[in-house]
Ligand binder design. Structure first.
Ligand SMILES: C[S@@+](CC[C@H](N)C(=O)[O-])C[C@H]1O[C@@H](n2cnc3c(N)ncnc32)[C@H](O)[C@@H]1O
Length: 282
């Protein structure tokens, strides 16, 4: 069982469920498309909640989505979970709901996103429309894997670790960030170090009593908001439309993640915006 905290985990799954139902309702009018649900960080099927919720265990997104029968089910479900034991547990619990059309693989989501994009561009995949859910715990998604989806019929919900990931690596003094962290940040945003610095830091020159000059790269206020803006702009280079984010905060009101829908369809993003607005106000 996966362990996460808080009401926001529950709300995140409700958002995906609500959107999936609206998506399936619309796609009911396009029976010539095959519908695939792709979950890149699928978990084990259940989630143990460490926060304040009354229930201490809930169904993960995978079980919730496979249980949708009305307005219609997806034709294919593709679940990716890196940890073998979790993938096995997931397969067993999903097969209790349904046995056909379900694929569970124990691999890296980055690889399977590339494999999926190749499949969708090929002869067998051209009739597919995909709803993808990318739900990492940290900065596990490389930008290059997202970029592969350009021009495809994919609606993608992605959880972006703005506060818990990128903001922590972008230290107060930009000069102190180690090279290994810069590599992670560059892989994550898919832009150069200089571009990240330009949007998130200001160079401050200081002179001490004896005239010694030091230059500090000082992180701008509202760093997380900048990270959110950069990631949203990056998504817009791959998808035509990007929703407003659902903001996930911890008990101390610190932002941990932003959840976006990216799509080539304006209607899809309008629906996502309505759902996100409702949950952001709760
Ligand atoms: C936040 S949890 C997912 C929760 C799940 N969406 C749910 O609703 O139950 C992230 C999961 O991704 C798995 N994981 C971590 N890195 C991964 C990777 N590179 N590729 C695929 N799965 C990965 C972890 O083992 C963990 O189970």
């Amino acid at each position: 069982m996966n362990q996460f905290g808080g009401n926001w985990t529950h709300q995140k799954i409700k958002i995906i469920e609500e959107y999936a139902k609206a998506y399936l309702q619309i796609m009911k009018s396009y029976p010539y498309y095959k519908l695939m649900y792709f979950d890149g960080f699928a978990g084990s099927g259940g989630i143990e909640i460490g926060g304040k919720m009354e229930e201490n265990s809930i169904d993960g997104a995978a079980k919730v989505i496979v249980s949708i029968k009305d307005p219609k089910p997806f034709d294919t479900y593709y679940f990716v979970e890196l940890e073998k034991k979790k993938a096995e547990a997931l397969k067993i619990s999903l097969n209790q709901i349904q046995t056909s059309g379900i694929f569970v693989v124990s691999e890296d989501c980055n690889k399977k996103l590339v494999d999926m994009s190749n499949y969708l561009r090929g002869y067998k995949g051209r009739n597919y429309k995909v709803l993808a859910f990318i739900d990492p715990c940290g900065m596990n998604v490389n930008w290059a894997s997202i970029e592969c989806l350009k021009g495809l019929g994919v609606d993608m919900w992605i959880l972006v670790p703005t506060g818990l990931g990128a903001n922590r690596l972008l230290m107060k003094d930009g000069n102190k960030i180690p090279d290994s962290w810069w590599k992670k940040l560059v892989d994550f945003f898919g832009i150069k170090k200089e571009q990240i610095l330009e949007s998130t830091y200001t160079e401050v020159t200081q002179q001490d009593l004896f005239g010694n000059v030091t230059k500090e790269l000082r992180k701008n206020d509202k760093g997380i908001r900048e990270i959110q803006r950069i990631y949203s702009e990056r998504l817009r280079t791959v998808f035509k439309f990007v929703s407003q984010p659902y903001v996930m905060r911890n008990d101390h009101n610190s932002t941990m993640f932003h959840l976006f829908l990216a799509s080539n369809n304006q209607v899809a993003v309008n629906i996502a915006n309505d759902i996100v607005k409702k949950y952001n106000q709760m």
